[in-house]
Design a protein around this ligand. Structure first.
Ligand code: NI
Length: 226
């Protein structure tokens, strides 16, 4: 399941992030590329442990934890500190699947990348190419959103970034370990949640809405690892 969430950041927040990132010292994305990815990855990344990456990343984490649509889609147990990349001058990243497990700064702590996310920090009109192509259950999806918009998709997906042939594509990307490990279960919970929200907007006191809400929480209780 692939979900796009518009305007996770306001225009002013995007501007603040962009200004900070454009002052940063970037390094080659090769540094974090695995053995296979070294042949297909050509972009810039902010060093993971840089103060700026931490600062903007912490700001984004706060926004994400308070975005009800992201929380409903990802059901995050843990979110890896957001990372940042920049594609320009033909920069690209060929087909790959992200690492399954990431080490966290705390001793012996790890994160399983159930859910992948990309937050676009450049407007679609400001560069050519740079589409995020995700192989979904029903075929390839081409994602190119506006600055401040987010896409959320299963960590199990094969994906790539098309070459950026003009302009600059700035983005943040991060992984979440979900309380609900399996994508098909997250999908059922997402569909149920969205329908409950729509029905509740018409009449929140409808006993059927209350009953469905109970079904949602009891399914979550069945499936969640906390
Ligand atoms: Ni990737």
């Amino acid at each position: 399941m692939l979900i796009t969430i518009p305007q996770v950041l306001t225009a002013a927040q995007v501007q603040d992030c962009r200004e900070a990132l454009l002052r940063a010292q970037w390094e080659s994305g090769q540094k974090t590329a695995g053995y296979l990815a070294q042949h297909t990855k050509s972009n810039l990344q902010l060093p993971i442990d840089s103060a700026l990456a931490q600062q903007v990343g912490d700001f984004l984490l706060h926004i994400l934890h308070n975005n009800p649509t992201f929380v409903a889609a990802a059901l995050p147990a843990k979110i890896l500190s957001p990372r940042f990349n920049c594609y320009q001058g033909g920069g690209t990243y060929g087909n790959h699947i992200d690492n399954a497990i990431f080490s966290l700064p705390q001793r012996d702590a790890r994160l399983r990348s159930d859910v992948s996310s990309t937050l676009f920090l450049s407007d679609a009109q400001d560069y050519e190419g740079g589409e995020l192509i995700i192989e979904d259950t029903y075929g390839s999806q081409s994602i190119k959103l506006n600055a401040g918009d987010l896409v959320v998709y299963p960590g199990t997906s094969l994906h790539r970034v098309n070459p950026v042939t003009k302009g600059m594509r700035l983005a943040s990307f991060f992984w979440s370990q979900s309380m609900v490990r399996h994508a098909h279960q997250r999908r059922l919970l997402w569909d149920l949640d969205q329908s409950i929200q729509a029905l509740a907007a018409k009449d929140a006191t409808d006993p059927q809405v209350i009953r469905l809400s109970g079904v949602y929480h009891n399914l979550l209780r069945e499936w969640a690892e906390v």
